[in-house]
Design a protein around this ligand. Structure first.
Ligand SMILES: Nc1ncnc2c1ncn2[C@@H]1O[C@H](COP(=O)(O)OP(=O)(O)OP(=O)(O)O)[C@@H](O)[C@H]1O
Ligand SMILES: [Mg+2]
Length: 284
């Protein structure tokens, strides 16, 4: 079932030069896209190609100038539905420090449901569940700003989960993290998806899209291509056009295969590829 549907959506920003003359900047233009219940969707593309604009259109933080965004059948342009739409689509952004509103972890996670007017007993339950979902249950009483970047982002995800959304949008939520933090946050995203959550992951780390059900490649405000990770990684012309590179393991597997090595050219797993290469080297 399609739960999010974008039909010919364009959003433009207005900018002003020093003389006060305005000009129109493309955020996204003529984007059509469907997201299905339970999908893990990865959104990739060069800086400024419109990923964040698209993310904000998904929960009505931005509205289309033309076209339509529907979330569970609700039009984001319908002001009477915006509250319901925001409850359905949780968002986590890039900078963990900008997303903390309270100093103690459990208070921070409770912030969203408190604003929804949820009864206190239910808030306590929601906070506990959300912290468990991100593997941070033991950190409930900790001071949020003393946590690592990856832990802070997991708390931010818990905050979004406490609203009980159906869709979680992570806008470059791993971009400012070290490799461990990235792994933690990506692990949480995958686990949530496995338990049924629809996830939209915006990233510039191509390794993070390997397990996605659908990859959406954006370029200059447009959707350049949608497909499975391998459909995208095998399209060398597209990757060159949009200035992206397949993950290292994928590139290496293809090169070895081309050079006549007995490796699967569609291998995506670095460890598996390394093992196969060692095996072949031992044979020779
Ligand atoms: N508030 C704004 N005012 C004016 N132009 C904007 C604004 N926000 C974004 N833009 C422009 O809209 C285009 C799309 O920006 P957007 O932030 O959606 O891209 P992005 O793919 O998320 O980029 P990044 O990878 O840097 O996060 C860019 O040209 C950007 O400069
Ligand atoms: Mg962005």
């Amino acid at each position: 079932m399609d739960i999010i549907q974008l039909t010919n959506v364009s959003h433009y920003y207005k900018t002003y030069d020093e003389e006060g003359n305005s000009s129109k900047v493309v955020g996204v233009e003529n984007v059509s896209l469907s997201i299905k219940q339970g999908q893990f969707v990865a959104l990739v593309g060069h800086n400024g190609c419109g990923k964040s604009t698209l993310a904000k259109l998904l929960n009505g933080l931005l509205l289309p100038d033309t076209g339509k965004v529907e979330v569970f059948g609700m039009d984001t342009a319908d002001r009477s539905k915006i509250f319901e739409i925001r409850k359905n689509v949780g968002m986590v952004f890039q900078n963990p420090d900008n997303q903390m509103v309270e100093s103690i972890v459990e208070d921070d996670v409770a912030f969203g449901p408190e604003n929804l007017g949820i009864p206190q007993a239910e808030i306590v339950e929601r906070v506990q569940t959300a912290l468990q979902q991100v593997g941070m249950a033991d950190f409930a009483k900790r001071t949020a700003h003393k946590l690592s970047g990856g832990q802070k982002q997991r708390i931010a995800i818990a905050g979004a989960l406490a609203i009980r959304p159906n869709v979680l949008v992570l806008d470059e939520s791993t971009a400012m993290l070290d490799p461990l933090g990235r792994k933690e946050v990506l692990g949480v995203a995958k686990q949530l998806n496995q338990s049924g959550m629809t996830v939209v992951l915006i990233t510039h780390f191509m390794e993070e899209v390997l397990d996605a059900d659908l990859v959406v490649v954006m370029n200059e405000g447009h959707v350049a291509k949608t497909g499975t990770p391998m459909e995208i990684f095998n399209d060398e012309q597209l990757l060159a056009e949009v200035g992206l590179q397949a993950p290292r393991a994928v590139q290496l597997a293809k090169k070895l295969h081309k050079a006549g090595w007995d490796v699967d050219s569609n291998c995506t797993d670095a460890t598996q590829l390394g093992g196969k290469v060692c095996q072949l080297l031992r044979k020779n």
